[in-house]
Design a protein around this ligand. Structure first.
Ligand code: HOZ
Length: 436
């Protein structure tokens, strides 16, 4: 590998724009919401990433969640090298899928049967198809600001990159598809009851991020998830938890374990692939047995259950431990408190929404509990904050509407570096504000 060079990332971004739309393969990476151009990443280890210019950053994106154990962990790279030497794809069953499936069920007992796919988007699209087939109904309730991948049915008032770019309902989603997608307000059971009343006996599924992470982190309020469970039972609607972010992160059994609410179907991704492309959907046996070839609901994939991805996922799940969750909680609390203190000391309004090892700082004086309150925050201030952090060697998400992620490779020192950088950045923001 040639040595890093100053200006290499900027040159690569220019070159990338001549072949990749916007220079990237996933929109938020282009930094359009925060300004500047993205560092191109050359390598990563533990809690740090290094760019093509030779700069090192403490990483709080962690590939948007999968890297709960940190980057390039020796146990994982050894397991992958061993698996790769035996072949990288067979398009035929392997014991690895069975072992990973059993590991998922041990951790998340609601997943009585599971189907592995290659992304979270595939998982949610397939779960919705299954819910429609099983219920004989078409409509789906989602929540404004929740993001369930880029399937047409879910790109209506979606969070994550869609909100970051200001296109929460994407062009290209047909009116017919959008009409079957009903949008409620997160943390507002009354808005859900109203939709069930108006669309009585027509709602196949209700899909929710049990811990919202794609309008920034927004935890469920007391009774919200229990209320959704009760409403779904009352209306014969299938409750789908999108645990692509929260699964295996907020506790070994995900948000459903943490909050004590059992969904009918669960969508998984990120940690379950240990950093390789994987998704999964699973849940009640009677529903999952309707998936082909056990049943008639069609869904297939050449790379589904890929041996490298299954190896990485199995390794990631096998490394989860009570000590890891205790450490993540402690670091998460330290970072959230540190950011809030830094804002108080510099006289800036900041709300830090945090849950375990995920958090989002919002520049606002008001609580953030749903999409409307998230999008009312000062996103220009977040962009200034982001740029200040980046120049001080900290890599937060390049969007207000994404979560910060910690890993087992982060240390108190990494977190304190972020807090020091935040204090310096906020002081500079405050000085600039006083000047104008
Ligand atoms: N918006 C995605 C995470 N919620 C970003 C994925 C990516 O750019 O890698």
């Amino acid at each position: 590998m040639s040595p890093p060079k100053r200006g290499a990332s900027a040159r690569l971004f220019t070159k990338a724009q001549r072949i990749l739309p916007g220079g990237v393969d996933s929109p938020v990476r282009a930094f359009s919401a925060v300004g500047g151009t993205p560092p191109f990443i050359r390598r990563a280890r533990g809690a740090r990433i290094m760019d093509e210019d030779g700069r090192s950053y403490v990483d709080f994106v962690m590939s948007w969640g999968p890297m709960i154990h940190g980057h390039a962990q020796p146990g994982l790279t050894a397991a992958l090298a061993d698996a790769a030497a035996r072949g990288t794809s067979f398009g035929a069953p392997t014991s690895l899928e069975v072992e990973l499936g059993l590991a998922v069920r041990r951790l998340m007992p609601s997943v009585e049967r599971v189907r592995f796919v290659s992304s979270g988007t595939e998982a949610t699209m397939s779960a919705l198809r299954l819910a429609r087939a099983a219920s004989g109904r078409d409509r789906v309730i989602k929540f404004a600001g929740c993001y369930h991948g880029h399937g047409d049915a879910f790109l209506v008032q979606a969070g994550s990159g869609a909100t970051t770019l200001g296109v929460p309902t994407s062009p290209g989603v047909s009116r017919a598809v959008a009409a079957d997608t009903l949008v409620a307000r997160y943390n507002d059971l009354t808005s859900v009851e109203k939709l069930f009343r108006v669309h009585r006996n027509r709602v196949a599924a209700l899909i929710v991020e049990p811990l919202a992470g794609n309008m920034g982190v927004v935890p469920p309020g007391p009774g919200f998830l229990e209320g959704l469970r009760a409403l779904c039972d009352q209306h014969g609607t299938i409750l789908i938890f999108d645990e692509v972010i929260s699964g295996f992160r907020v506790s070994p059994g995900g948000a459903q374990e943490r909050f004590g609410v059992r969904p009918d179907l669960t969508c998984l991704g990120k940690i379950i692939g240990g950093g390789l492309p994987v998704g999964a959907y699973g849940g009640r046996k009677d529903l999952m047995e309707q998936v082909a070839p056990a049943g008639p609901v069609y869904q297939a994939g050449t790379l589904s259950g890929n041996p490298l991805a299954m190896t990485a996922g199995y390794w990631a799940l096998s490394q989860l431990s009570p000590a890891l969750y205790a450490r993540l909680e402690r670091l998460g609390r330290r970072l959230a408190t540190g950011l809030a203190d830094a804002a108080r000391q510099t006289g800036l309004d900041l709300q830090v929404n945090a849950h375990g090892s995920v958090l989002t700082p919002f520049f606002t004086a008001h609580p953030v509990y749903d999409y409307a309150s998230a999008t009312r925050t000062d996103t220009a201030a977040y962009a200034r904050f982001f740029r200040g952090m980046l120049t001080r060697g900290i890599y937060p998400p390049p969007s207000q509407f994404e979560a910060w992620f910690l890993s087992g490779a982060h240390t108190t020192r990494h977190v304190d570096l972020a807090i020091e950088a935040a204090r310096a950045t906020m002081r500079a923001m405050r000085r600039a504000r006083l000047r104008t």
